[in-house]
Design a protein around this ligand. Structure first.
Ligand code: MSP
Length: 507
């Protein structure tokens, strides 16, 4: 039976246009999906937009348009971004999709029928940025929301509550029994930390007096659903919900990718909701850190230094170098800084001067000296060692990808390029070519260079699909479709090698 792999990104709020933070999560999900596919898994990749809630209603009112008009417009910008960053998702869900709304109402009825939803007066501190009531540990020493640095609003209203507290012990046990449920480890610890305090029940309604832009509560039409109860269910509703073929097939293999801002809603609220719904818990939560500018999290309101907009790099250097940088420059789970200089330095060192240099000098030498035909070669010990080392890097890359150690996997590509460049510098084939008696040896070296490039291009495909395809094209080779691609020394002698156009334009 083929393995299945289902990955989701958070569904993004439509109150602002996409920026590099959103692009990062979508790109990471895409990279994992591409490698899983190469490893033979049947994959499903979901992303989309989160469209209900007070923030949307407020933004729409400010612009003098209806909430739905605002959602259509902004959701489209998120959708349009995906092909521009080489992201190939299977589905783009919107919480305003009728199929999704139906599932949310069905889920509410199910939990209500089980007696797990009750009505009560409630007073609490509500943060509009978070779209939820805050607990003590969400506030800083000045009583402001830690994430939004704004004072929450004191609100009293009659509301429906989900008995989240009933599932606290079961959730703690699940996290303790499954060390890979929440990774990296620091976020597992953080979640267990939240669970040290007694869980409050979750308020799952908003009165229509305060908010109309939401999904109506089926058992009390005076209310709409709380946005997080609505939004989290997208991960299930996208697959057609309980009983649907797609749901049965992919749900058991779901991996939720998210940043650390929404750990509590994902790793606490969502599993308890699933328990109440009698749906198995997700396979894994993969939590990453923030992209920062200076020491601030990059967000819609905080512009990067000197008006440098990181996402514009997709147009300046193309999507693939940006993808590679994002994957390589953030130690997965930790925060990382994005700046123009930081990008330039890594781009030049890892891509332009490494992989770019390797391919341009190799294809150039073959084009000039061997009439553009891949030389025949009998490899020697030195090439066998080179090939063995490249194969080992690839083995390590595969292991790291399946362990979701993204930046480590990206580093293997850089290391492969360095290794082959070192091999070339040791042999200096351009010097050998000046001496007719060394022509055969030069051919062997050039052949090994081309074999290595083919291998590296296949290995890098998940990070840089377009650039890999161009590298392979100049070798008259096809992209890797499965693991059988990854052999060295088996290219066809005499096949056409053309000079590769510059892949990494100078910055
Ligand atoms: N709508 C909710 C999620 C609901 S999921 C059921 C939401 N939306 S959001 O638009 O604020 O997106 C948050 C997500 O965007 C983060 O979890 C992360 O994936 C991504 N990022 C936004 N800014 C980011 C950074 N500065 N750095 C890294 N990722 C960032 O929360």
């Amino acid at each position: 039976m083929t393995e299945k792999f289902y990955i989701t990104t958070p569904i993004y709020y439509v109150n602002s246009k996409p920026h590099i933070g959103h692009a990062y999560t979508s790109i990471v999900a895409d990279i994992f999906t591409r490698y899983q596919k190469l490893l033979g898994a049947e994959t499903y990749f979901l992303t989309g937009t989160d469209e209900h809630g007070q923030k949307i209603a407020t933004s729409a009112r400010e612009r003098g348009i209806s909430p739905k008009e605002l959602c259509d417009e902004v959701s489209q910008t998120f959708r349009d971004l995906l092909p521009e960053i080489n992201v190939e998702n299977n589905q783009f869900i919107r919480t305003t999709d009728p199929e999704h709304k139906k599932v949310v109402q069905e889920a509410l009825n199910y939990v209500h029928d089980k007696g797990l939803i009750y009505k009560q007066d409630y007073s609490g501190d509500y943060c509009q940025g978070c779209e939820r009531y805050l607990d003590g540990d969400d506030l800083n020493s000045e009583g402001l929301c830690k994430d939004h640095l704004k004072a929450p609003e004191a609100i009293t209203e009659s509301n429906y509550f989900f008995k989240m507290s009933a599932f606290q012990d079961q959730l703690i046990k699940h996290i303790e029994d499954n060390p890979d449920f929440i990774t990296p480890e620091q976020y597992r610890k953080e979640t267990l930390g939240f669970l040290k305090e007694p869980l409050q029940d979750m308020c799952v309604s908003r009165s229509k007096e305060r908010l109309t832009w939401g999904i109506e509560i089926p058992f009390d039409t005076e209310f709409v659903t709380y946005v997080w109860f609505d939004a989290l269910l997208n991960y299930c509703s996208a697959l057609g919900y309980k009983g649907a073929d797609k749901f049965e097939k992919f749900w058991p293999e779901v991996h939720h990718l998210l940043a650390k801002d929404i750990v509590k809603t994902h790793c606490v609220y969502w599993p308890t909701m699933l328990m109440a719904l009698d749906i198995p818990l997700p396979k894994r939560f993969l939590v990453h850190g923030y992209w920062l500018t200076g020491d601030h999290k990059i967000s819609k309101s905080i512009k990067s230094e000197e008006e440098f907009v990181p996402l514009d790099l997709k147009d300046k250097v193309g999507p693939d170098p940006l993808r590679f940088f994002l994957a390589a420059a953030m130690s997965f789970g930790r925060d990382a800084t994005f700046g123009e200089e930081i990008f330039k330095e890594k781009y030049n060192a890892d891509l332009a001067n490494n992989i770019g240099n390797l391919i341009s000098r190799s294809t150039n030498l073959v084009a000039k000296n061997f009439d553009g035909k891949l030389p025949e070669a009998v490899f020697e010990k030195r090439e066998e060692e080179l090939f063995a080392a490249l194969t080992q890097y690839w083995e390590d890359l595969k292991t790291q990808i399946t362990n979701f150690e993204l930046n480590k996997a990206a580093d293997q590509i850089t290391a492969m390029g360095r290794l082959v460049n070192k091999y070339i510098d040791e042999h200096e084939p351009w010097k050998m070519l000046k001496d007719e008696s060394q022509r055969e040896a030069a051919g062997r070296v050039l052949r090994a260079m081309c074999e290595s490039i083919r291998f590296i291009a296949g290995a890098a495909q998940g990070f840089m699909p377009d650039i890999s395809a161009k590298m392979l094209e100049s070798l008259s080779e096809e992209p890797a479709k499965d693991l059988s691609f990854f052999v060295l020394g088996k290219m066809q002698a005499g096949s056409e090698i053309t000079k590769c156009p510059p892949l990494f334009p100078r910055l």
